[in-house]
Each structure stands twice: as structure tokens, then as C-alpha cells.
Ligand binder design. Sequence first.
Ligand code: NAD
Length: 463
Amino acid sequence: MLNLNLNLINPVTEELITQIACDDERSVKEKFIQAELFQPQWQAQGLDHRLGIIDRFKTALSLRKEECAETLMHEVGKPYKHALNEINGTLTRIEFFQKNVATIMASEEVFASEKIRESISYEPLGVVGNISAWNYPYFVGSNVFIPALLTGNCVLYKPSELTSLSGLKIAEIFHEAGLPKEAFHVLVGAADVGRMLLSMPLQGFFFTGSYKTGKAIADAMAHRFIRTGYELGGKDPAYVCEDVDIKKACDMLVDGAFYNAGQSCCAVERIYVHERIYDDFLESFVAHTKSLVQTGDLKDEKTYLGPLARKEQLAILKEQVEDARAKGARVLYEAPKPTHNNAKGWYFGPVVLSYVDHTMKIMRDESFGPVIGIMKVRSDAEAVALMNETDYGLTASVHTRSEVRAKAILEKLHCGTVYWNTCDRVSPNLPWTGRKHSGMGSTLSHLGISAFLQPKAWHMAPA
Ligand code: NAD
């Protein structure tokens, strides 16, 4: 019997969406055994067969995208149009994997003589576990389960407890598309179910979530010699040089900071601005922020901001703002809470802070919400030093008219992704990879396909 023990709450209405049955030790074990027994068959069925199923999944997801977007909107409070964007973006990522998987999986002969031929073949890992985050369940989930399945692995996928309904929907669409149930299982539940999954003899494990959880899991997994990947948090900086078009830079950075209510791993969380344009930049940034629409109706096309998905995050953000204020920061703008629904909903900000510095939590700790600190700098060298002064290393952006100047700065940054005049952007062609507390390994790109394969070295000597 499954326990009925997860309450899913709508972040806008604060009302119960539904109660959901969680997995338990027995069901997790059963799902693992089914996957393990089926995996050799899934591998043997070949890439063309798997490509066909993933293609049918893509078609089915496309046909049901409105319904999926609606569920996601209710679960995490994401504006409907943004939920739909996420699913459309996922379809594009699936196409990337479809196009590239054959090349990455192909065996290579690397040496041949009369006496010996040497080649490398690539095999799936086996049964792969994936514990995921709630902020972009379709994106971060599909970065793992699509290439893992295509390369012949079976997958046990534990979505965040907040997006359990989306996780179940993904499984339903997979099975509707003809993917055998044994190849892809969803595990419903929170940290305890995550721990049950980790106790299984997995052959690969991929995690997306916070540094705190990632570290706890990495500590527990340290003795297991299996392939792991960790995509963790960020405190991503942007540097605005004095030569920019201020309005254009603000357009870009307001969106980078506040899209998805700032709940993106690669959201812009710190901005450094050259002293020559600091005051003008602040004025323009606040004006842009004020124009963001927070109607309270997530289906309204005009709505840009929703509430936070997690109630507990409200206290964390308030504390970061209070800490900054107490240490001398100025609150330039704090949006009023929307009054619809009798002022219900886990709304926060956006909040814009100036005169911040690195003694403040707002410039050091991941915020994961719509709050931003903007700091004045005197030179590129100072900006580089401050951008690198962080435990995280996910992304960083530089905004200037000069490509030469941008490259000189970006080369010095200790992070996995760098942007010139853009930010908060993910491409399936490029590796998504963190450094330091932002994680280890890569998803997306050719690296995000080979992550699910293990090499076999062939030494073949004709008799
Ligand atoms: P979280 O760490 O709270 O939870 C992530 C997942 O881990 C959830 O499924 C949760 O149920 C599970 N979990 C929690 N404790 C566990 C434990 N002890 N053992 C096993 N499983 C456990 O993170 P979140 O709030 O879901 O997501 C937000 C975080 O994820 C942010 O820090 C964000 O930056 C990060 N994130 C990173 C990326 C990236 O690509 N780098 C993408 C999305 C989100």
C-alpha cells in the first residue's frame, strides 16, 4: 500500500490542489528490480527503436502541452505562458538529442595495424537514478531522462515533491508513446523517497537541486563507484560596463533577474555597474522593474510575475533584505503585494537594492527569488575580483559594446557558462555545467549524451 502523505498546495490560492500517494521502500525496490531486469532488453532493442519511442513522446507532449502547462502553473505558480515556453523549449531539446545521439554512441576505430585493431565502443550505464528540482521540471528532467533513455538506460525519476503531478504526467505521456513501464518509473515523494532511491544499487545517478542537498547526497554517495552528475545552485553575477546602451542592458538584466520570479539556477543574482553610469543604471533598472506585471491571474497573457513556489523561501528572502538594510543597503524599490485573492499567495517583491557590498548575505548566498543587489565598481579588474568572490560557479555575464573587452573579462571568470550581452540563457548545443558549489559534470551538448555512456576498449588481434 502506498502512503497518502503528500499535500500539493497551490502557491497563488494557498489551497490544497490534491493529496498524493508517495512511494515507499517496497515500491521503490519493485520499480528498481523491474528496471534492472528490463534494461538489457531495452539496450538490445537498438537505437532506432528507442528513437521512434522518443519521437512519439515528443509528438504526444506537443499535443498535450496546454494541459501540462496548466498543471505546472498550478503546482509552482508559474505564469501559464512561461510554463508553455518551458514545454516548447523541451521539445527543441529533445530534437537536439534525437539528432546527435547516433554520432555520440558510434564506435570508433582508433588504431589499426596488421597485428591489432583498437577501437572504443559505448554502452549504457544501466539503471540511472535522477532526483530533480521543481523550478523547471520539464527542462531539468528532460536533460537527464531523454539522453539516458536514448542511450539505452532505464530511468528511475524522482521529480521534486512540488512537481509530482508534472512528473506523473511525464510518465503517463511516455507510456502513451509506447515506452515500456519498466524503462521509466516515477517515484513520488520528498527527501525520504530520494534517500530510498539512493539506497538502490544504481549504476548512474544525476541530481539537480540545491548545493545543500547535493552535498549531503555526494557525501553519502562518495563510496559508490558510479557515474554521478550534480547540477546545483548559483549566485550568478553580471557586470555592466560604462559603454552600454543602458536601457537595453536593463531590459536584458531585469528579465535575467526576475524571470520565473528569480527562481532559476542561472538567474542574475548580483549586478556590478561601472561607477560612471551607476546612478543612471539604477534609475532605468527600477523603471523596468516597475513595469513587470503581477496581476495575480497566471492565465492572463500580461502576467510576468507569479508567487514563489515554496512558502519557506519567503522568510529566507526577507532575512536577506533585512540583513542588507541593516548593513547600509538602500531599498530602491519593493513591489507591493498583489491584493487579488484577499492578498493570498506566496508573493514577494521584486526588490531592488543599491549600495550593497560583499558583507551582505544578498551578495553571497543564493536568493532564488525576485531580489537583486546592484553594486558600484570602479574598474574591470574590480568587477572580475568581485564576480569571482563566491562559492558558486554557474554563469556570469558582461555587458559592453566591445567584444575584446568582454572576452578579456570572461576568460578570467571561474564558472561553467559565460555570456556577452546576454544572460540567463541555456542552449542544448552547449554544456550546462557548474563549477565549485554549482556542481560537477555536464548535461546538454555532446557531453550531456556521453554522460550516460561508459566506454569499452577493444584490443582485437586477428589469429
Ligand atoms: P532541493 O535541493 O531542495 O531538492 C531537490 C531534490 O532533492 C528534490 O526532489 C528533493 O525532494 C530531493 N531531496 C531533498 N533532500 C534529499 C535527500 N537528503 N536525499 C535525497 N533527495 C533529497 O532543491 P529545489 O528547491 O528542488 O531546487 C532549487 C535548487 O536547485 C536551487 O538551488 C537551484 O539553483 C537548483 N537548480 C540547479 C539547476 C542547475 O542546472 N544547476 C537547475 C535547476 C535548479
